[in-house]
Design a protein around this ligand. Structure first.
Ligand SMILES: CC(C)(COP(=O)(O)OP(=O)(O)OC[C@H]1O[C@@H](n2cnc3c(N)ncnc32)[C@H](O)[C@@H]1OP(=O)(O)O)[C@@H](O)C(=O)NCCC(=O)NCCS
Length: 213
């Protein structure tokens, strides 16, 4: 049976990123593009992603990431490639039907202030749009940077409990001094999903009761 092909529409912002990533993967190992680009990460990127993130983690600006954590969450990640080298990364983690978190945003100190961090956040925004997730959040010390991108400060307690699962790994844990910021994508329809319960004060992670029965 013949199935009529639908007319091609112009590629979306996200499809452009994907196409570049596919080309990069195809060429992995024998060629590096000199054109700056943002692309979804591949398994080859993990050592360099860890290096960029952990250089900032050593200064207390973000959480350390192990190779194990990066492999596990690799599909959330995008990298910024400049002259064939990864100089920045970020991840978009889905928290709930209407909420995704910008995580592990890091730019190599040698190329800071060139708009790379902003472009990585724009990648997260495009990805949230593709997924039809209306709200993005970030827990950050970089309030001015995120404010320039349209994020607004919110009360931490307004975020769902699930956001805090990473806090057990943080040395600051209960004394978290990060700022919670949110960006609402008004062009993405509000989804009628069960709301995530708000964070009860003093509780950082959900604990399931264990029974022998
Ligand atoms: C925060 C970070 C990602 C910014 O990346 P970057 O590539 O230097 O940022 P950009 O060049 O896109 O900056 C965009 C704008 O924000 C401003 N900006 C960047 N960092 C800033 C800061 N710390 N304080 C105030 N403004 C800042 C820039 O001056 C620029 O302003 P302009 O548009 O008026 O020129 C980078 O500095 C970094 O990796 N920091 C350490 C890790 C970290 O804190 N990550 C955030 C975890 S949530």
């Amino acid at each position: 049976m013949l199935v009529a092909a639908t007319p091609a529409s112009p590629p979306s912002e996200h499809e452009c990123y994907r196409e570049k990533a596919t080309q990069a993967s195809r060429l992995q190992g024998c060629y590096h593009s000199t054109r700056p680009m943002i692309r979804p990460s591949t398994i080859h990127d993990v050592p360099r992603i860890a290096e960029v993130i952990n250089s900032h983690a050593e200064l207390g600006k973000m959480l350390f990431k192990s190779y194990a954590e990066l492999y596990e969450n690799l599909r959330d990640f995008a990298v910024y490639e400049l002259d064939g080298q990864i100089v920045g990364c970020c991840a978009l983690a889905i928290i709930w039907a209407d909420l995704a978190e910008v995580r592990s945003l890091a730019v190599d100190d040698n190329v800071r202030g060139r708009g790379i961090g902003s472009q990585l956040v724009q990648w997260c925004i495009a990805e949230a749009r593709r997924l039809q997730i209306r709200k993005l959040m970030s827990l950050t010390y970089e309030q001015r940077f995120f404010a320039k991108l349209g994020f607004e400060v919110v009360d931490k307690d307004s975020l769902p409990l699930k956001v805090w699962t990473d806090c057990v790994k943080c040395p600051k844990n209960e004394n978290c001094d990060e700022i919670a910021m949110v960006l609402v994508l008004s062009d993405v329809p509000d989804i009628k999903a069960t709301a995530a319960p708000p964070t009860p004060r003093g509780v950082s992670i959900p604990v399931l009761e264990w029974s022998e029965e």
